[in-house]
Design a protein around this ligand. Structure first.
Ligand SMILES: NC(=O)C1=CN([C@@H]2O[C@H](COP(=O)(O)OP(=O)(O)OC[C@H]3O[C@@H](n4cnc5c(N)ncnc54)[C@H](O)[C@@H]3O)[C@@H](O)[C@H]2O)C=CC1
Ligand SMILES: CC(C)CC(=O)C(=O)O
Ligand SMILES: [Mg+2]
Length: 358
């Protein structure tokens, strides 16, 4: 029997609802495959601010640092939007990523044939289907650069600095090329090198690292064009590698062409073995507590955890198959609902996927 210690961060909004479903699925996997998953609940986000006065209390961070992997719902909400930037729930999340050194955020975006009707693109654009992977730099760039406010001659000024160093770009480039090697061997690096100095460094480092990967093709694209190409011809992409902010934005766009933001998972990996696994969406306050959230992104994130942190490929695959089977049975949450489909809530979707594992 194998034993794994998982730090569980439900967070805010729909976070706890979708996390319950991922835990249900993991418990089922544990019982089928005889693994022991030990869960330690960690407080992070708005709930931690309310209860303990800060977004990521030290004791909670320590649990994550001592775990084998971190499973995360989502944080944030209007209640905490008035707080200064460095005290907001989202700052807890950024700190967690930094402390764990999780610089590579891997966000696969696959349009399942079962969800073709949920994709807003015309079928001639979808073609053979959409299967791409966004590799987003996660612990650098504008989200982590110097920021501040000052008085200027035109009133108050605010600034956020986009800053990347060669070694940071090298690391994310290697991740992208390694991911591409296991896929269709094509990397599109997305930047704004026609304007930004940081992008020009990004581009030149991408070129340099590409020299180590003769079997992978590298091309470059500007972010504005990429946002358009993703809608015009998504199947041209295999692996997209880009900065923290561009990757944040493009992956939400990519999610919609696969049906819904509610179904995309992610893995955030670094040099260490502790990965963070979370859906790409946020805390969705507009639907929190209503049993409307799609738990699939969270459940598939748990599958990625089994694959990347625990080397449990069959177990990961069996979760992914269960999700596809349930979609194949026309079962849908509201975000992916279509004509003739059977509508279920968050809990029912989780339970059906867990039952499907047997
Ligand atoms: N990783 C994290 O913890 C993230 C946190 N946030 C935070 O979440 C809060 C809300 O941000 P938004 O911009 O509204 O983004 P969001 O991703 O939470 O929601 C955007 C839209 O997608 C829908 N949606 C999201 N997840 C869904 C799911 N699983 N099933 C069905 N529909 C879903 C929402 O209902 C909403 O209409 C903010 O406080 C933001 O800072 C945002 C993104 C990531
Ligand atoms: C706090 C944000 C950077 C979270 C987010 O939007 C994301 O990671 O996708
Ligand atoms: Mg985002």
């Amino acid at each position: 029997m194998m034993n794994f210690h998982i730090a569980v961060i439900p967070g805010d909004g729909i976070g706890p609802e979708i996390m319950d479903q991922a835990l249900l699925v993991l418990k089922e996997i544990g019982s089928i495959y005889h693994h022991e998953f030990r869960f330690s609940e960690v407080m992070m986000g708005g709930c931690a601010i309310d209860k303990k006065g800060e977004a990521l209390p030290q004791e909670d961070l320590t649990i994550c640092l001592k775990s084998d992997a971190v499973l995360l719902g989502a944080v944030g909400g209007e209640k905490w939007d008035h707080l200064p930037g460095d005290q907001r729930p989202e700052r807890g999340l950024l700190r967690l990523r930094k402390e764990l050194g999780s610089y590579a955020n891997i966000r696969p975006a696959v349009l399942y044939k079962e969800l073709k009707d949920a994709c807003p693109l015309k079928s001639e654009i979808i073609g053979e289907g959409i299967d791409l992977c966004v590799v987003r730099e996660l612990t650098g760039g504008i989200y982590f650069g110097e920021k501040g406010r000052r008085r200027g001659t035109m009133g108050e000024q605010a600034y956020d600095i986009e800053i990347y160093s060669e070694t940071e770009i090298e690391s994310i480039a290697r991740t992208a090329f390694e991911v591409a090697r296991k896929r269709n061997k094509k990397v599109t690096s997305i930047d704004k090198a026609n304007v930004l100095e940081s992008s020009r460094l990004w581009r030149s480092v991408m070129e340099k690292v590409a020299g180590e990967y003769d079997d992978v093709v590298l091309n470059h694209m500007y972010i504005d064009n990429a946002a358009m190409q993703l809608i015009k011809n998504p199947s041209q992409f295999d692996v997209i590698v880009t900065t923290n902010m561009f990757g944040d934005i493009l992956s939400d766009e990519a999610s919609m062409i696969t049906g819904s933001i509610g179904i995309l998972p992610s893995a955030s990996l670094g040099e260490g073995k502790i990965g963070i696994y979370e859906p790409i969406h946020g805390s969705a306050p507009d639907i929190a507590g209503l049993d409307l959230a799609n738990p699939i992104g969270m459940i598939l994130s748990a599958a990625m955890m089994l694959r990347y942190s625990f080397d449990l490929e069959s177990e990961a695959k069996s979760i992914e198959n269960a999700v596809v089977n349930i979609l194949g049975k026309n079962i849908r949450t509201r975000d992916i609902m279509g004509e003739g489909m059977h509508l279920v809530g968050t809990k029912e979707m989780g339970k059906l996927i867990a039952d499907e594992l047997r």
